[in-house]
Design a protein around this ligand. Sequence first.
Ligand code: 5GP
Ligand code: ZN
Length: 113
Amino acid sequence: MDCLFCKIIKGEIPAKLIYQDDKVVAIDDINPQAPHHKLIMPKKHIATLNDLATADNELIGHMVQVAKKLAKDFNIAEEGYRVVMNCNAGAGQSVFHIHMHFLGGRPMMWPPG
Ligand code: 5GP
Ligand code: ZN
């Protein structure tokens, strides 16, 4: 399968690995939009949020728990951080393997662009 993030997960394309366990990987975003900009993704290939099955609920919950852990590790849990998942091109999804953006280390505006 020609998927950039599957290749990163397999180690075929280099990336700065921040965290991994049996279910997920977290890497530095190549084009950071904040002092802390990480991508938390499942090892399993799922193209978009629309492809999630009910059986993936635990996996998505686990990704949120990893975001919580990163915030604690970066010491930004109290000041605040943002998690974002873009679904399909109209929302800005450019890599079709689901991933949670973890953004922190600066004030976040609302609404996002
Ligand atoms: P999306 O636009 O799909 O929500 O987010 C994709 C993210 O992947 C973007 O923030 C982009 O900077 C990042 N990205 C694209 N290509 C690479 C890459 O080769 N390595 C890493 N680490 N991040 C990438
Ligand atoms: Zn993939």
